[in-house]
Design a protein around this ligand. Structure first.
Ligand code: GLU
Length: 426
């Protein structure tokens, strides 16, 4: 019993995203010999806001939801980061995700700090009108804290272009004029950017291409396993299939499907759109989301949620390249196991940074009032993703650390530098 209890505690700690983030941060800060005063400042968020959100439900009752916005850092520019709606949102999770946004924006060198929002709710059980009222009240409560120069939200799990349109409208009603740059990931006709919807998946393709080239592999001979088929996993699957990769497994929240000869992705996506599940899809065998991670493949792309690769299954992971589409899919304890097994990791704060990079383009376009063609967006996205990939890999080689710690070191160094130059108003 006692042993089981210790194991449970260890697992809870391992799977706390804030612990996952902090253990990498501490390791990187130590290697950088970060000044102790700067360390104290950078290890905590700038501000954490908790909001209790009353919402009229469709049956006339009022329900009170809990929401958060954590603004982790503003040193390099306005805070930036998505908002997620999910029943299991916690403050620690939002805290970790906010910090990851700071490091992510610094890795790709765009002029933002980091933030994240979350509301504890089950969107699958709510009507569109309930979600609209929730979003508007959450936005109204945050009115003094967000804005194009302050903090710019975006979509994340279970929030969409529609959610961003409601936030933009609510903020604009209070400001008494239309403020498009208060959020990114808006519908294109509402001052959104071409290419934003696909940007995270496209960014994953760009960095995976670089890793494949670096390891002397070829797309045609590369089997890819993708966990998740939402905006990130689904887009990555489509674009990688078009590029010539062989996608052998894909999953949704219920489970996955596998075909060693490769899946017909356009057909599968049509099936998913029609049936809302991959179950009973022909020409493939069913696998669970856990089995899927352990399949034989060259590229594993977790694009679902946190804590998928842990100390319990890391030794069973067979891929050569791990491209992290989700935020925090790998725990800190799993990092060492993957490293000793020679897995080439493209860490989340680099791999999935295509989304926020295109958000940066959207914010720039909104402030200019001048919109770019999709080709230009994709070309600029590619430039940033490819350059950032090589920055991280070179840093790792020069400092004899793994790619993840290199990405953290590069990011922390950039944030620490501007903090030092600006000075701490203490
Ligand atoms: N939610 C996305 C992320 O985790 C995008 C954030 C943004 O575009 O600001 O990177």
């Amino acid at each position: 019993m006692a042993v089981a209890f210790v194991d449970d505690v260890r697992q809870i700690k391992e799977e706390n995203p804030f612990e996952s983030m902090m253990s990498r941060f501490d390791h990187a800060a130590q290697l950088l010999q970060l000044d102790p005063d700067l360390y104290k400042v950078l290890r905590v968020p700038n501000r954490e806001i908790t909001i209790y959100i009353p919402v009229f439900m469709d049956d006339g009752r009022i329900e009170v939801f809990t929401g958060y916005r954590v603004q982790h850092n503003f040193a390099r520019g306005p805070a930036k980061g998505g908002i997620r709606y999910a029943p299991d949102v916690t403050l620690d999770e939002v805290r970790a995700l906010a910090a990851w946004m700071t490091w992510k924006c610094a890795v790709v060198n765009i002029p933002f700090g980091g933030a994240k929002g979350g509301v504890i709710c089950d969107p699958s059980q709510m009507s569109q009108s309930e979600l609209e009222r929730l979003t508007r009240r959450y936005t109204a409560e945050l009115i003094d804290f967000i804005g194009p120069e302050r903090d710019v939200p975006a979509p994340d799990m279970n929030t969409s272009e529609q959610t961003m349109a409601w936030i933009m409208d609510t903020y604009s009603m209070h400001a008494r004029h239309t403020v498009t740059a208060v959020v990114t990931g808006k519908p294109i006709d509402l001052s959104g950017s071409q290419g934003r919807r696909e940007a995270t998946g496209r960014g994953l393709l760009f960095v995976t291409d670089e890793a494949v080239k670096k390891l002397g592999m070829k797309a045609e001979n590369t089997r890819v396993v993708i966990q998740g088929s939402g905006n990130v996993g689904g887009t990555a699957a489509r674009l990688m299939h078009e590029t010539g990769y062989k996608i052998v497994a894909v999953s949704d929240i219920h489970g996955g499907i596998y075909n060693s000869k490769g899946l017909n992705i356009p057909d599968l996506m049509n099936y998913l759109a029609k049936h809302k599940t991959l179950e009973k899809y022909q020409d493939a065998e069913p696998v669970s989301n856990h089995e899927l991670l352990e399949l034989d493949c060259e590229v594993l792309l977790p694009a679902a949620t946190e804590n998928q690769i842990t100390s319990h299954n890391a030794h069973k992971i067979k891929c050569r390249i791990l491209a992290e589409g989700a935020n925090g899919p790998t725990t800190a304890a799993a990092d060492d196991i993957l490293e000793s097994n020679g897995v080439f990791v493209i860490p989340d704060i680099l791999a999935n940074a295509g989304g926020v990079t295109c958000s940066y383009f959207e914010w720039v376009q909104d402030r200019m009032g001048y919109f770019w063609k999709e080709d230009m967006v994709n070309e600029r996205l590619k430039d940033i993703m490819v350059a950032s990939f090589h920055d991280v890999v070179k840093y790792a080689e020069n400092h004899s650390v793994n790619n993840r710690i290199a990405a953290y070191m590069l990011a922390i160094d950039r944030v620490a530098y501007v903090t030092r130059v600006r000075g701490i108003y203490a």
